[in-house]
Design a protein around this ligand. Structure first.
Ligand code: SF4
Length: 282
């Protein structure tokens, strides 16, 4: 017997994931954060993970605000500290499916050390970085992901510092799953998130994400669609590519894909449980 009410059957599939009373959201036209979160909330249904088990932990920044709009349990944490909050949560409640979704400044500048050590320990988390090459919310300052030559409020003559290739960093530090997509590759991103949700250990997905307001405006890509058009024209999908060869350079192909899938590596929780079994109480 179909027990769905008319109201339920007319509901949009993602409506249950949203706190509609908080709308409209604060993101600018053309921003990549909204599409990334859309892909993330579509993925659990694909693989049969109930909403009640899904947790979203975010840091500070435009992306970090997402936790306030989604109807899942979560934490909106302090700057750069989303991963430590998520580690504590996952160790205390290992049955939960914990994702950290935050920006490049939050995860790789202020939170950089947390990122590499969580990879190294193989903590059981999915981390998604919306990389818009800049600090968006705080006004367009240089980030560790800002490309060489790009302008920022703190680099008015152009960036002279080499940028992190975040998939390469995650791979080198030991993440078991590493991928890169853009916020316009929604189906592939959703599939990649669904695959990562079913794995154990530290999984990382970089999502190249337009910030027309604070990145585009300073870098000759001012219209809401300009950065998306750059992504569309330059993207090349190369699954399994060597992460040491996928740095982003203007004028060169943007290499996307699933790059790393490691199996058999114990998670931090499994290592701790094994230790607990071996250590006799004094
Ligand atoms: Fe998105 Fe940039 Fe606007 Fe922030 S400032 S909401 S990152 S477009």
């Amino acid at each position: 017997m179909n027990t769905q009410t008319t109201a339920e059957s007319e509901q949009h599939p993602i409506e249950k994931w949203l706190r509609s009373e908080r709308m409209p959201h604060m993101w600018c036209a053309g921003c990549g954060v909204g599409p990334t979160l859309y892909a993330w909330i579509r993925a659990p249904d694909r693989v049969g993970i109930p909403r009640e088990k899904v947790v979203y932990v975010s840091g500070i920044g435009c992306c970090g605000r997402g936790s306030g709009y989604l109807n899942v349990d979560g934490f909106h944490t302090t700057h750069g500290r989303a991963i430590p909050f998520a580690i504590g949560l996952k160790l205390a409640r290992p049955e939960l499916c914990v994702s950290v979704i935050s920006g490049d400044g939050d995860l790789f500048s202020i939170g950089g050390n947390h990122f590499i050590h969580a990879c190294r320990r193989n903590v059981d988390l999915l981390v998604i970085c919306t990389n818009n090459f800049i600090y968006g919310m705080t006004g367009g300052q240089l980030a560790p992901t800002t490309l060489l030559g790009d302008r920022a409020t703190t680099a008015p003559y152009g960036n002279v510092e080499p940028s992190f290739s975040t998939p390469h960093l995650a791979d080198a530090a030991g993440a078991v799953y590493v991928a890169r997509w853009t916020s316009i590759h929604l189906r592939r991103l959703e599939k990649s998130i669904a695959e990562a949700l079913q794995m154990k250990g530290f999984r990382y997905i970089e999502v190249l994400s337009p910030c027309p307001v604070n990145y585009g405006r300073r870098n000759k890509l001012p219209e809401p669609d300009d950065i998306a058009e750059w992504f569309r024209q330059s993207s090349v999908i190369r699954n399994g590519a060597n992460t040491s060869e996928i740095s982003i350079e203007k004028g060169k192909p943007l290499i996307l894909g699933d790059f790393v899938k490691r199996t058999g590596k114990p998670t931090f929780y499994e290592v701790m449980k094994e230790l607990e079994g071996r250590v006799k109480p004094r």
